[in-house]
Design a binder for this molecule. Structure first.
Ligand SMILES: Cc1ncc(COP(=O)(O)O)c(C=O)c1O
Length: 427
């Protein structure tokens, strides 16, 4: 059973979000519409920050921009004192536009081109190198002040096989042996400062996983320090902190994660050999996923074979269900008190059979014209959306203490043809 909890509220049988009527939002801005509650982001940030910093004071959060790159959301993270983890030069440019300082930006790419490396080098931001062969190319372009390497510690986690980034059969990170060679090369080339990085999986709800993988990373760090005679300015344990998407999943015990990791960093082995490096994390999902709902209208219901509820949001708006069968809870915002339930499939309007947002889902009585709210879409929601099937992307709204702002307007046909040059050959 899903409980309606803040920022969701049952207001006379209709759904409100961050104290604003979702029906009014849909009427004012149209659907599909992403609605973000800034206060939920602030809550998540503070919870994560205090979970770690109360055990280890040299702690920093670097928000993973890829989860949701809306400028207003970046602005909020900048205001909160967060750094950013960027996966490409374009994300670095967005962060710079908002005012993030060089020292607050990480660049974690993979299989980077020389142009991308050169760009990051010129920005003087911290670069996480993903594989050995990238390093000599980077050093040929210049000598960065700091080099950080992404380690594959040999284990990975994640709510779905495609969300496992560490261990065997993943394209990310390097072995300890390659890292030792790379740090030696960097040191010989004049690099003075070093960092260590891992990112081994996403959407993880088991707190013990973070303890296990961080212990492994620290063991590797100690060996590297011993073999390369370097010290680490920071050790970055990545993101991957999950949120409960599907009942009866329970929230990640972030306090336990913070205290476990704090103990590891304060432990004898770590503090004796590693000194006191900064502890970095770079979460996306944990900070933004539950801050946002997607409002969508039911346009058409087909009764047989099977019951299909057709909405105006599809795999073009929210890709995660089609991409890896991700679960997103759905609420009938128009009819919260409806007692009647039935099993339905909720689908979009895209010409693909994978365009199903929910399969065999028990939902309250749904009628054409109803407004549905799809929950927990703040991470990898809009950022994974596309214009496939010639669909303009959805609008985004932010609510902050009852103030409402359109933070990205709905796309139009002009956005769909923007940048195209029509040939003059076919007259
Ligand atoms: C390098 C890197 N850092 C951070 C993240 C954020 O992960 P999450 O949203 O699970 O915290 C990702 C996600 O793919 C990533 O690839």
């Amino acid at each position: 059973m899903w409980k309606i909890e803040p920022p969701l509220k049952n207001f006379k049988g209709k759904l409100s979000f961050a104290n604003i009527s979702t029906l009014n939002l849909a009427k004012q801005f149209g659907t599909p519409l992403f609605v973000t509650d800034s206060e939920q982001i602030i809550l998540n940030y503070n919870k994560l920050y205090s979970a770690f910093s109360s055990h280890y004071d040299k702690f920093k959060i670097n928000y993973a921009v890829k989860a949701n790159n809306n400028l207003s959301i970046l602005k909020l993270f900048n205001y909160l004192g967060s750094g950013v983890d960027c996966s490409c030069p374009e994300e670095i440019l967005l962060a710079k536009k908002i005012g993030f300082k060089n020292q607050d930006m990480l660049y974690t790419g993979n299989y980077n081109s020389n142009n991308q490396l050169d760009f990051a080098l010129k920005q003087k931001i911290m670069i996480n190198v993903d594989s050995y062969s990238i390093l000599p190319r980077l050093l040929k372009l210049g000598t960065p002040n700091l080099v950080s390497l992404r380690i594959n510690p040999g284990i990975g986690g994640g709510s779905h096989s495609v969300l496992v980034f560490g261990g065997k059969n993943t394209k990310f990170g390097m072995s300890k042996k390659d890292a030792v060679d790379a740090y030696r090369l960097a040191k010989k080339s004049g690099v003075k400062k070093f960092g260590l990085h891992m990112m081994t999986g996403s959407s993880i709800l088991d707190s013990s996983y973070f303890k296990k993988v961080t212990n492994k990373l620290i063991d590797i760090a100690v060996e590297i320090v011993d073999e390369c005679k370097i010290s680490f300015d920071f050790i970055n344990i990545g993101g991957g902190f999950g949120i409960p998407y599907k009942p009866p999943e329970k929230p990640l015990d972030i306090k336990k994660v913070g205290s476990d990791i704090g103990k590891i960093f304060n432990g004898k082995k770590s503090s004796k050999i590693l000194g006191k490096p900064w502890l970095f994390v770079e979460p996306g999902r944990y900070l933004v996923a539950d801050s946002t709902i997607l409002l969508t209208n039911v346009h058409s219901i087909k009764k047989s074979p099977g019951k299909y509820v057709g909405i105006d949001a599809g795999m073009n708006t929210l890709l995660r269900p089609a991409l890896y069968n991700a679960y997103h809870h759905i609420i009938n915002a128009s009819r919260l008190n409806s007692r009647k339930t039935e099993i339905v499939n909720v689908c979009g309007q895209i010409c693909e059979n994978t365009d199903i947002i929910a399969k065999n889902r028990k939902l309250g009585n749904i009628k054409e014209g109803d407004l549905l709210a799809i929950l927990n879409v703040g991470a990898y929601g809009f950022s994974m959306s596309s214009q496939y099937n010639t669909r303009p992307r959805a609008a985004e709204v932010m609510i902050h203490k009852r103030k409402i702002k359109l933070i990205r307007r709905r796309e139009t046909i002009n956005d769909l043809i923007h940048g195209q040059n029509l040939v003059t050959w076919f007259r």
